[in-house]
Design a protein around this ligand. Sequence first.
Ligand code: MN
Length: 232
Amino acid sequence: MSRFVIEPPPQASVAVAGNSGRFPVRRIICVGRNYAEHAREMGSDPDREPPFFFMKPADAVTDGGVIPYPPLTASLHYEVELVVAIGAPGDHVAPGDGLALAYGYGVGVDLTRRDLQNAAKSAGRPWEWGKAFDFSAPCGPLSPVSAGGRAAPDARLSLTVNGQLRQTGVISDMIWSVPEIIANVSGAMRLAPGDLIFTGTPAGVGPLSPGDVVAARIDGLPPLDFSIAPRA
Ligand code: MN
């Protein structure tokens, strides 16, 4: 007899490079603005204001493949991001100790219903309808720190749509570094194994259409490829 009154939901998870085992996902925490040029393109001042965050449900994560064009939007945007997978608990972590919490790193895309996000911003409403929808967090396989996975400061991020380069940036262009982000989040909530942190996107965000093919890359990390389902 099960402890649960209904079948428990499946555990959301991400692939791990070189391992048939998968990384179970607990929460997805996203940095709202972390590259100066992207802050400017979104109409913000890129000065070093404290970082801010939003979240996606764990089961928004997907390996990629074919992603349905989501409902309620005419402006589905891509945002390539470095993903940090948390492998150890942490509470009020000092920035110097932040990296010790990392299990590994991967390439993610923070899919965004930009029209809904912009409407929410204007109205002072929450961002969830713009950010936290099904399949909104495609994530490539993680590269474990134990196998040499790292986010090198000079690693280049890029994203192409149908082979055309749309986004490019360098990890060291982040306004808040990975250990600083980990420290900051851990001061607001307990970080625990299974948490994913999407660390923000460089400039060049833009729309996706049904049938588009997306390739997201960060030097030294496993690639992320997906497409948007063609119009039915
Ligand atoms: Mn983002």
